[in-house]
Ligand binder design. Sequence first.
Ligand SMILES: Cc1cc2nc3c(=O)[nH]c(=O)nc-3n(C[C@H](O)[C@H](O)[C@H](O)COP(=O)(O)O)c2cc1C
Length: 202
Amino acid sequence: MSITAPFIINDEALNVLFRDAHTTSAFEDTSIDPEVIKSVRDLIKWGPTSMNSQPLRIIEVPKDKRSRLVPHMMGSNQAKTEKAPLAFIMAADTNFHNNLPQQFPAGGNGPRDMYENNEEARTAVALQSANLQAAYFILGLRAVGLGVGPMGGFDADAVTKEFLRDGEQAIMVIIAGVPADTDSHHAQGPRMGDADVFRVAD
Ligand SMILES: Cc1cc2nc3c(=O)[nH]c(=O)nc-3n(C[C@H](O)[C@H](O)[C@H](O)COP(=O)(O)O)c2cc1C
């Protein structure tokens, strides 16, 4: 294969995923077909995770249960979480190791047994890979044309207690929907220059 341009997916796709997409706070009052979100989940599961551990759990909080989530959001995150067509809790499953014999067969039972006795290590791995998967989910939602608002400003312990199962920890709340046609959106934030964020090792 000869490389004629740096990117192998087209400019339109790159704009949707990165250049034109940015954090959305206001949405049209339009419901989203659950099959669309299922398609996103079916796509983003292919993103890489440590030992194929796949620790992200996605918990949708429908509108009729939103009142249990909103009080745990901070400040201005409350109103948009209440109004958004879609709200999801991103959670890291620290018991992912029980799935490793199936999901990472190359390791046999070794990785599961190693993590069984090391909660600290498996929590670190769960958080790292679940955060990566949350990023894949953000990009997947953008890929179906939705506006997305990721949020870390919430009481994670309270959300964990209210919604999650044993071993799961809340790491992010994501709201999504069709972006409202309004000028209330924040302008896209500036980005640091390449010289500030990249270097070749000294
Ligand atoms: C992990 C994470 C946590 C965030 N937490 C919040 C939040 O609590 N409230 C909020 O309004 N925006 C939150 N944001 C949105 C960021 O502020 C936003 O993505 C960033 O400023 C870039 O914005 P832009 O892409 O629109 O330029 C969060 C984003 C990420 C990825």
